[in-house]
Ligand binder design. Structure first.
Ligand code: 48F
Length: 258
């Protein structure tokens, strides 16, 4: 087999020049979604579909968040109607379990939700941790970003800041971004109540209801919303996460188009 010879200089130049262009592109985003779990990936997909320049910043070198672990590592998740339509639209195969209840494979769900977000035009930056926010005139105007590897190393390296018109906290149980906003900016008057014990039925409805704007420019979706508002947890049923991601995209689009 003839393998085309590519030298180190070409490889390095290609990566630095094209990687830098990618970073330059995300500097000019409408919406920054923090966290590439199910709520973040779905939010990013619909934001991009609604015509907004969207980037997802994910701390790990992978996506899917808590979805990959299924239920206690059994590789299946439960999704109920009407959220199953979001998975179907992404091309995920579903198995009917009982009336209104569907089962999906975790690896397929993660892969296809991410592919679907990317195919809709959203960008995903892996290995990037949001450690703070840009706050100007009592409004969240972007995020402060650091490579996760730098954070893990403990080296003192100043981060860079990326402006945007909206930031969405999809960081899951920790609600990290809203927590930072609350702690560093008391004038926002945000209370992070912490999530409650498990109650799947209540939690799944609640998570969609409480998805929304926390303070000017900062939105919350997915499990982070339950952590902020004190909602119950739900375990490995994912309909609420998917619907919450879609809802936040629609709310932001409406708000930014005003
Ligand atoms: O935890 P995660 O999957 O959040 P989600 O989208 O979904 C929750 C469910 O997975 C599950 C559940 C539903 O049954 O209870 O837990 O609300 O995904 C959150 C992602 O955010 C990343 C983290 O690595 C994960 O992939 N993340 C967290 N903090 C940061 C972050 C941060 N500061 N910067 C960048 N990424």
């Amino acid at each position: 087999m003839q393998v085309f010879p590519v030298g180190e200089k070409t490889i390095t130049e290609a990566i630095i020049s094209k990687g830098s262009s990618f970073l330059m592109e995300i500097v000019d985003s409408d919406v920054i979604v923090v966290g590439a779990g199910p709520s973040g990936l779905v939010a990013a997909k619909y934001l991009a579909k609604l015509g907004l320049k969207t980037v997802v910043m994910e701390r790990r070198l992978s996506f899917g968040g808590g979805m990959g672990g299924g239920g206690m590592l059994f590789p299946r998740i439960v999704v109920q109607e009407p959220a199953h339509e979001i998975l179907l639209e992404a091309g995920v195969h579903l198995e009917s379990y009982s009336k209104g209840v569907w089962i999906a494979d975790v690896a397929e769900s993660i892969a296809k939700l991410a592919a679907s977000a990317i195919d809709s035009g959203a960008k995903i930056l892996l290995g990037a941790t949001v450690e703070d926010l840009i706050v100007r005139s009592s409004r969240v105007c972007g995020v402060v970003l650091q490579w996760s590897a730098i954070q893990l190393s403990g080296l003192h390296v100043d981060p860079l800041a990326i402006e945007s018109r909206a930031v969405v906290d999809c960081t899951g149980h920790g609600a990290e971004v809203v927590t930072i906003a609350a702690k560093k900016n008391p004038f926002f008057n945000i209370k992070v109540l912490g999530e409650g014990s498990m109650d799947a039925v209540t939690a799944e409805k609640n998570i969609v209801d409480i998805t929304g704007e926390v303070c000017p420019g900062l939105w919350v979706a997915g499990m982070a919303a339950a952590a902020v508002k004190g909602g119950p947890r739900m375990g490995p049923i994912f309909g609420g996460m998917l619907l919450s991601g879609k809802k936040v995209a629609e709310l932001i689009s409406k708000s930014l188009k005003k």
